[in-house]
Design a binder for this molecule. Structure first.
Ligand SMILES: [Zn+2]
Length: 120
């Protein structure tokens, strides 16, 4: 006797039998998957992402951060200088590991890496 099958989730009868990948309940006709829902995977994608600055402070939308090292900017001869304050950052899932969307004074809108800023 196979007592390893779970009872029907609909009517709780224990006469379910296997049909391929499904379990079928002859009492109410309910069919369900014998496999438990996969843990992790997609659930992780929905988990809130924590973005931290260079020293481990958790960043949030609207924070003001300070650039901690000179940053070369594509298309600009001058770098973003260390110590530049950037107000009102927005956390994004950006290109590569760029996770901050912001407007840098004198440079305009761009994406930065959280690893090169420190929360002010
Ligand atoms: Zn049932």
């Amino acid at each position: 006797m196979s007592d390893s099958l779970p009872p029907c989730p609909e009517c709780a009868e224990e006469y379910a039998y296997e049909m391929g990948a499904l379990l079928v309940c002859p009492m109410c006709g309910h069919e369900w998957s014998a496999q438990a829902p996969a843990a992790g995977g997609e659930a992780d994608a929905d988990a809130p992402r924590v973005i931290k600055d260079a020293v481990g402070n958790v960043l949030a939308d609207g924070d003001t951060v300070t650039v901690i090292k000179d940053l070369k900017v594509k298309g600009s001869s001058a770098p973003i200088k260390v110590g530049t304050k950037v107000r009102g950052i927005r956390l994004v899932d950006g290109v590569g590991d760029h996770d901050i969307d912001c407007t840098v004074p004198g440079f305009g809108a761009m994406q930065l890496k959280s690893s090169v800023v420190k929360k002010s």
